[in-house]
Design a protein around this ligand. Sequence first.
Ligand code: CO
Length: 134
Amino acid sequence: MIGRLNHVAIVVPDLAAATAVYAETLGAKVSAPLDLPDHGVTTVFVELPNTKIELLHPLDESSPIAGFLAKNPSGGMHHVCYEVDDIYAARDQLKAQGARVLGDGEPKPGAHGKPVLFLHPKDFAGTLVELEQV
Ligand code: CO
């Protein structure tokens, strides 16, 4: 069902500092920051030859990742994103197998304007999983 690893997301306490680490210390290509009000985050994408790293910072106090940052003040790995061909077919197949889809279960436009869903970490080896239709 799942295809390529689209990105690994890392929550960071200071987006500019984390962007500088990737751009300057690690020498990677980074995007400009992008606010995603639907997801309550600001993102910067780090382009690697085989995948991407998504740096995430809360847009405000009500952000779903504000709690993550409170528990992990230095930041940390937040989720992995796998590509799927058909997000509705993937969701229905996963639900039929007992996996829990977060939120209202309906795909929402993600950071690339493509539909995404999140799956419960307890069903996937303790890791929050994002599915993105490509
Ligand atoms: Co993501």
